[in-house]
Design a protein around this ligand. Structure first.
Ligand code: OSB
Ligand code: MG
Length: 354
């Protein structure tokens, strides 16, 4: 994997859980976005494995289930653990769509459309390296550039990009690295016409984000803080953000993600699809959800080979020269993992039968 550095640390290898659900000969796939370490979210691959194996799978075994939307009711006693729930719920959506012979996006109610792609650039060793990376990603066609920021790596990198590359669509993501006392410092970013500043303050904070948003000209986009429809509604009501990043893993699956999409759309708040360094399985699912009409800003749906060679799927997901990514065609999410690669990279597996 190509290392990826954020305000919460550098990642050089991606541990992930794949979930497969089978009905007869048909298999649906889901990917858990939890990481090995609890730095983006409190969940980890180990906690997700535990929750899936001990609670989430047993709750649905030996039952007749009409569709993926029914799973949440069976899990209502399990608090949190949204990434674990999402992995299994998304596999169930893929299975449901495959059984119906339908692309997942159509099952979700939207026709396939090319998805405008942005790209997320980790913290770089120098400003020159950053500017070179931004130029290279622009040359690939990406429609907007996001750079990761943290205290000590924020105003100067943004200034350098603006001075050397001009008025490109640009945004920053702090991954919760600042505190409310940094408001005056963050206000300097208002000079650079950024599309948004993503998650400047803590992962569970709405009130201070509302205070910061009222002091900033730049739109705040919330990522970590929005863990479901209720928090999204609260954030909008409080004025804690003007834009929402939707990641189904963080919300607990497609069901709650669609609810957030719908309420944001009704409130006139644009949303875009985030990324969690997924393999092609997770990224294919993200593209299907991104077809919903409220996803009006470019998503972090960049080609997974930016991170992984080889990807788990073949052919990999690519960005077109116009900076869009095609929704994989065919039933379900439209892709499946290459068996041999799954076997080669697997370190653990568990099977449940009804
Ligand atoms: O905050 O959006 C984030 C990756 C891992 C964890 C959190 C984030 C990210 C990214 C990468 O920004 C986006 C991608 O998957 O391409
Ligand atoms: Mg983010």
């Amino acid at each position: 994997m190509r290392p990826f550095e954020t305000s919460f640390g550098a990642l050089a290898a991606r541990e992930l859980i794949l979930v497969a659900v089978r009905d007869g000969e048909v298999v649906g796939w889901g990917e858990c976005v939890a990481d090995a370490d609890p730095y983006y979210s409190s969940e980890t691959t180990a906690t997700a494995w535990h929750m899936l194996s001990r609670y989430l799978v047993p709750a649905i075994l030996n039952r007749t289930i009409g569709g993926a939307r029914e799973l949440h009711a069976l899990w209502h006693r399990v608090r949190g653990h949204r990434m674990a729930k999402a992995a299994l719920e998304m596999a169930a959506w893929d299975l449901e769509a495959r059984l119906a012979g339908q692309p997942l996006c159509e099952r979700l109610g939207a026709p396939a459309r090319p998805i405008p792609a942005g790209v997320s650039i980790g913290i770089q060793p120098s400003i020159d390296a950053l500017v070179a990376r931004v130029e290279a990603e622009r040359a690939e066609g990406y429609q907007r550039i996001k750079i990761k920021i943290k205290p000590g790596w924020d105003v100067e990198p943004v200034r350098a990009i603006r001075e050397r590359l001009g008025a490109i669509p640009l945004m920053v993501d702090a991954n919760a690295a600042y505190s409310p006392t940094d408001a005056a410092h963050l206000r300097q970013l208002d000079d650079f016409d950024l599309m948004m500043i993503e998650q400047p303050l803590d992962y569970d904070d709405l009130v201070q984000h509302a205070r910061l948003q009222s002091a900033l000209g730049t739109a705040i986009c919330l990522d970590e803080s929005i863990t479901g429809p209720r928090l999204a509604a609260d954030a909008i009501e409080l004025g804690a953000c003007r834009i929402i990043n939707i990641k189904p893993g963080r919300m607990g699956g497609f069901g709650p993600s669609i609810a957030v999409h719908d309420l944001a759309r009704a409130a006139g708040v644009p949303v875009w699809h985030g990324g969690m360094l997924e393999s092609g399985i997770g990224r294919a699912a993200n593209l299907h959800l991104s077809t919903l009409p409220g996803f009006s800003l470019p998503g972090d749906v960049a080609a997974s080979r930016r991170y992984f060679v080889p990807d788990l799927i073949e052919p990999p997901i690519e960005v077109a020269p116009d900076g869009t990514v095609a929704v994989p065609a065919g039933p379900g999410i439209g892709v499946r993992p290459v068996d041999e690669r799954v076997r080669r990279f697997s370190i653990q597996s568990e099977r449940f039968t009804s």
